[in-house]
Design a protein around this ligand. Sequence first.
Ligand code: MN
Length: 133
Amino acid sequence: MNLEPLTPTAQAPATNFTGRVYVNPLHAKQEPSQLIASIVRFTPGARTNWHSHANGQLLHCTDGSGLVVTRDGTVIRMRAGDTVWTAPGEEHWHGGTSQNMMCHIAMLEGSDGGDGTTWLEPVADEEYQAAQA
Ligand code: MN
């Protein structure tokens, strides 16, 4: 076993995120495991682009209040202690609420040498605001 090294906090790229989002990688694939895990901290109003994960994704909220939204209009409000599963290929976004930060641990299994995430368009402000209600 080993104590995993503490990783530096990086700002998530504007190509796939809106607003300020900070990421600490926790674990990258170590063959034969495909597990990838990271801590992601969203500031209020910040969110991912729309995207999907080839093998699904497990999100566990550790702090704050956030949203996970799918294309069919389903909105899950996530608070500390809540866990949300998005199925393989299911298009969704996640982020903080307009009023609060949200921190989650994101866990997924990679695919084809990458992390299996397909990134799509940003979440429009109107779309984001509609999900707050
Ligand atoms: Mn996701």
